[in-house]
Ligand binder design. Structure first.
Ligand code: SD4
Length: 351
């Protein structure tokens, strides 16, 4: 960070602090959540701090923390952290074990970004265990940011990534076949609202649980990663927010980082993660920045029901926050001392 950006940052954060004092609360006092969870706070000083989406973030965080402890870079940490989730073939929303698209094919999206904003991404790729590593290779070995589909697959093979065939698990096949019977028309697609509401009624889970990870090392260097099999039963060829820099993930080392989970179309339309980082740039606290992004989605989509969206944000000074539309969004937080599952603040409760 330059001296002048240091100064700008200081001034902005100072202004927020002053405004908050006038309002009688700390700038990072959190929005209320009525669910029990560990108290939120600003972690002292810089990192290490690792945040990642949903329960599967716990194992991913543990790996990422181990990478940092072993002297790896924060970019190594966010890559290797989410590789744990990608390799868990019992996971139905990340990696090759994910639920398929409407044609019964698993297609993967992933992206990665470093402290300086360098980025790499792959979209709509089949049969690779670690799309996040291909995304990193795109960033490091090509002049491009994003490769998609057959071209991305061919480039991956040419660059040493081996194809992997993971047979569809029985439960995944059953869900897909049941969905196809109920949705035979060719334009039917993974309608997360309906699928989620039906799943909830039968006591099941959402059909989308991307892993997004944002992290800071002990020197204050930031990086982020995001990887998913995307919306279940999506139209073949559909790309979500997760591989799109600014939608599923955004990192600006001067300001902070954000990542997103939930219905990708909603994220893309407001450039969600970029929005959160830009709000933090304006001096808005991390959780409030996430809340504003969720509220913007709500304002732009009046009458929308049943769709979950959630954001994580990490500011360059170690402050963090999370906010989701519905109440079940959890995230894993690894500080210098512990790894814990947190409940996000939220706008509404599932009925
Ligand atoms: C997508 N955002 O493909 C992803 C799905 C997801 O938590 O997050 N899920 O739209």
């Amino acid at each position: 960070m330059t001296n002048s950006s240091d100064r700008r940052q200081f001034i902005k954060l100072g202004l927020v602090g002053t405004a908050a004092l006038v309002a009688g609360c700390s700038s990072d006092q959190v929005h209320k959540t009525d669910e029990v969870g560990p108290p939120k706070r600003i972690l002292p000083g810089k990192g290490p701090i690792i945040l990642s989406t949903w329960d599967h973030g716990m194992a991913a965080n543990a790996k990422a923390f181990g990478v940092l402890q072993a002297g790896g870079s924060v970019l190594d940490a966010v890559e290797q952290g989410v590789m744990v989730t990608e390799s868990d073939f019992s996971n139905r929303s990340v990696g090759l074990g994910g639920l398929p698209d409407r044609d019964g094919i698993v297609t993967l999206d992933a992206c990665i970004q470093d402290h300086n904003g360098k980025a790499g991404s792959v979209a709509f790729v089949q049969q690779f265990e670690h799309p996040i590593s291909i995304a990193r290779a795109v960033m490091e070995r090509t002049p491009h940011v994003m490769l998609a589909g057959a071209g991305a697959e061919r480039w991956a093979e040419e660059n040493g990534f081996a194809r992997k065939d993971v047979p569809m698990a029985e439960d995944a096949r059953r869900s897909w076949e049941e969905w196809r019977v109920k949705n035979p028309q060719p334009q039917a697609a993974g309608d997360s609202a309906r699928v989620n509401v039906e799943n909830r009624r039968s006591g099941g889970k959402d059909n989308h649980d991307t892993i997004g990870m944002i992290a800071m090392d002990a020197n204050g260097q930031l990086a982020g990663s995001c990887t998913t099999s995307g919306l279940a039963f999506k139209i073949h060829g559909r790309v979500g927010d997760s591989p799109i820099i600014g939608a599923g993930l955004f990192v600006d080392g001067d300001v902070g980082a954000a990542c997103a989970t939930g219905t990708g179309e909603l994220m893309i339309k407001i450039a969600g993660s970029h929005t959160v980082v830009e709000l933090m740039r304006q001096g808005i606290a991390p959780e409030d920045a996430c809340r504003e992004a969720v509220e913007r989605i709500l304002r732009k989509n009046p009458g929308m029901t049943g769709q979950q969206v959630g954001f994580l944000a990490l500011r360059a000074d170690g402050a963090y926050g999370a906010y989701s539309l519905y109440n079940d969004f959890k995230y894993a937080l690894h500080s210098a001392t512990e790894n814990q599952l947190m409940n996000s603040a939220f706008a509404k409760k599932w009925e």
